[in-house]
Design a protein around this ligand. Structure first.
Ligand SMILES: [Fe+2]
Ligand SMILES: [Fe+2]
Length: 430
């Protein structure tokens, strides 16, 4: 059995992209709402302002061929089918008319920290009961705590949308009985389905909410590295590299995981029902970042190599497919992962992050106030998508300052954590 290459498995030249998108939408016929958001003159310029790389077809073929053996084909088909079927059974199309429709955002609740679970327990059981929560990943790596967190939230909110983050796909706990991170993804999808938590696109009171699966890849980072300091590489600094297990041929040493996870979106997006109006509100969300501009520069970060493990070019392409190359007044994408509150508009698409984060991080007040969470981003009685920007320290900083990726001077709160190599005695440590 030969696996067909996904239309979205790589960036394409503009004319090719337009042709493939045309095929896709003709096949879907009723998906006018997406068609209207894709610019026919789309250029494949990525968030660096450069032409997005075209993946070599032989690399893609090699990747897919590795799944074409009996085991590979079975693994690929069954995993995708399980994720897709459960997601489709969750999807529902609800016309507007549910009264006041509010949509709230939160990410990175990390409820394996008891203090965070208590924070969720403390949310009103009345205030949100007719409204929707978008939970943009990183709940816990513990399946038992995951289920109890979702059960708790389901008692507070009418609808919940979820995509997994990196912590959710860790599989280092024997009692969870999962062999690898894709199996973990299936288990999370099963749990969500059984609890009525949505993991695929659905229309909530006239607003389309579109969850996008994603994973990061190091090549997403195109800004200059900090030089001259002993900064550990990502595979030594990031727990994901030991706690996640990826089946062959997926590898942390290339972008195969980011591509594979992105392709899982194809089936979910094909399940979108028809939409009558061409310009309704669409809110997409992911755990990871579609644009590197949504993360502070390396010199500002306690771990300066963080941008190598935060985002995906395939996610950016997916966001642009949904919202159009230049976005619109209602284009909005939500994300999580970095634990930096954010609200900014880039190329016509508004990007918002509202993390609960770790208890110790909350003390830093990265978002204006803890009691603003979950963040209300949409209120039908106040005109829909609420005007921004919401208070968020880093996006406010970048409204006032340009990025300086060539600036090698570490911020004062970063420098004490690293030794400059010129300060290292001869024969000293690595
Ligand atoms: Fe997180
Ligand atoms: Fe994360």
């Amino acid at each position: 059995m030969v696996q067909r290459e996904s239309r979205y498995s790589s960036y394409c030249l503009p004319e090719t992209k337009v042709r493939l998108l045309g095929e896709f939408f003709r096949a879907q016929r009723s998906h006018k709402w997406l068609l209207c958001r894709v610019s026919p003159s789309a250029s494949c310029i990525n968030s660096s302002g450069e032409r997005a790389p075209t993946l070599k077809r032989d690399r893609v073929s090699v990747f897919n061929d590795k799944f074409t053996g009996p085991q590979g084909a079975h693994r690929r088909a069954t995993r995708r089918d399980r994720i897709r079927c459960r997601a489709r059974s969750d999807a529902h199309d609800e016309p507007s008319g549910r009264g006041n429709n509010k949509i709230f955002l939160i990410s990175d609740v990390h409820t394996d920290h008891e203090e965070n679970l208590d924070w969720i327990r403390g949310l009103s059981s009345v205030d949100f009961s007719q409204h929707t929560l978008i939970l943009a990943g990183d709940v816990t790596d513990n399946l038992e705590i995951f289920e109890s967190t979702m059960t708790l939230l389901k008692r507070k909110f009418r609808d919940i949308f979820f995509v997994p983050g990196n912590h959710d796909l860790w599989c280092r706990r024997k009692e969870d009985n999962v062999t690898d991170s894709l199996t973990k993804l299936e288990k999370l999808t099963e749990t969500c389905s059984s609890l009525g938590v949505l993991t695929s696109p659905a229309n909530i009171g006239g607003v389309w909410i579109v969850p996008l699966l994603s994973w990061y890849h190091e090549s997403f980072d195109r800004e200059r590295d900090i030089e001259g300091y002993n900064i550990p590489p990502v595979h030594k600094a990031c727990t994901d590299f030991s706690a996640c297990k990826w089946p062959t041929p997926l590898s942390t040493s290339d972008d195969s995981i980011a591509r594979y996870i992105d392709e899982l979106n194809d089936e979910n997006l094909r399940g979108l029902p028809a939409r009558e109006q061409a310009d309704c509100q669409v809110i997409s969300f992911s755990h990871f970042l579609p644009r590197f501009e949504l993360c502070p520069e390396k010199r500002m970060l306690l771990y300066p190599n963080l941008p190598k493990m935060v985002g995906s070019d395939w996610l950016e392409a997916r966001v642009r497919q949904i919202h159009g190359e230049m976005g619109s007044a209602t284009s909005c994408h939500l994300f999580g992962h970095t634990h930096f509150a954010w609200d900014t508009t880039l190329d016509g698409i508004r990007y918002i992050q509202a993390p609960l984060a770790y208890p110790r991080e909350r003390a830093r007040k990265q978002i204006s106030a803890e009691n603003e969470l979950p963040l209300c981003i949409y209120d039908s009685e106040r005109g829909g998508l609420l005007p921004g920007p919401f208070p968020a320290r880093w996006s406010e900083y970048y409204r006032l300052h340009k990025r300086e990726p060539d600036n090698q001077q570490l911020a004062p709160w970063v420098e004490p954590h690293y030794h400059h190599q010129s300060d290292t005695p001869a024969g000293g440590g690595s």
